[in-house]
Design a protein around this ligand. Structure first.
Ligand SMILES: Nc1ncnc2c1ncn2[C@@H]1O[C@H](COP(=O)(O)OP(=O)(O)OP(=O)(O)O)[C@@H](O)[C@H]1O
Ligand SMILES: [Mg+2]
Length: 241
């Protein structure tokens, strides 16, 4: 069983089936991609995994533990962290303060002897925000705000990190650095799930890719398997025969 396991998840909004019998696994040590056209259900799936939205049917497990009945906060304590497609930062706080909030919350749970101030400085350096650490986040461009959300995730020392379009708003140069960062985080033992419209980034960093289309997983495999999958080419890239 994968570290994060999603099985048989179905979500209906009235008559609209946003997710239809979705299965997905994420393993530590790799980046797992989740791609699909606008409205395919990617963010809805993250909302189900993190407990913001109860599914009509289905199960989410971490480390074999069923977390269906746990609140988002309790799931975070189990090692889940996420970023948001529509950034959810404390806009009046600085970069350092935003990450510190998460480090302090984690310290309250973990009582692991770590020093939140030191943890925050390490993270700021790791995600490349040293130059803007004291800036209020509402003064920063979107690309850097996404790094603040990533840093906030890291401050909770997650086992599984769910990133919803984290490169959106980044320049090409920033995306190159970001790709290396994601791979090094996964190499450190985390399970990273990446939702991204930048297909080149997904194919570059993901060991496995899942494709959602109209709420159904239509393909799962390595990047090269996905790039040659006829169903994916026609449904997602629109270039199939
Ligand atoms: N709270 C909601 N109430 C009703 N319908 C919703 C709700 N949230 C999402 N939907 C619908 O569910 C479907 C999936 O939406 P979702 O936001 O998960 O797609 P997505 O794959 O993340 O798209 P995008 O790439 O544009 O972010 C869409 O048809 C959307 O309109
Ligand atoms: Mg979305």
């Amino acid at each position: 069983m994968a570290l994060l396991e999603v099985s048989e998840v179905t979500v209906r909004f009235g008559g609209n089936v946003a997710l239809d019998d979705v299965h997905l696994g994420a393993e530590p040590g790799i980046v797992t991609g989740l791609i699909g056209p606008n409205g395919a259900g990617k963010t809805t799936l993250f909302n189900v995994i993190t407990g913001l939205l109860p599914p009509n049917v289905g199960k989410v497990t971490i480390d074999g533990r069923n977390v269906n009945r746990l609140s988002p906060t309790k799931r975070a304590r189990c090692g889940m962290a996420r970023t948001f497609q529509r950034l959810e930062l404390f806009s009046l706080l600085s970069v350092r303060e935003n990450i510190r909030v998460a480090a302090d919350v984690h310290k309250g749970w973990a009582r692991d002897g770590s020093n939140p101030a030191e943890v925050v400085e390490e993270i700021i350096e790791r995600v490349g925000l040293t130059a803007v650490a004291d800036a209020r986040v509402d003064s920063l461009p979107t690309g850097q705000c996404r790094l603040v959300e990533l840093g906030r995730c890291l401050a909770t020392k997650p086992k599984v990190m769910l990133l919803d379009e984290p490169a959106s708003g980044q320049s090409e140069a920033e995306t190159v650095i970001f790709a290396e960062l994601l791979q090094s985080l996964a190499a450190g033992g985390m399970a990273v799930v990446l939702v991204e419209h930048d297909v080149a980034l997904v194919m570059n960093v993901c060991a496995r890719v899942n494709v959602l289309d109209f709420g159904r997983i239509i393909a799962s495999g390595t990047p090269s398997e996905i790039q040659n999958d006829q169903a994916v080419l026609s449904a997602y890239l629109g270039t199939g025969s």
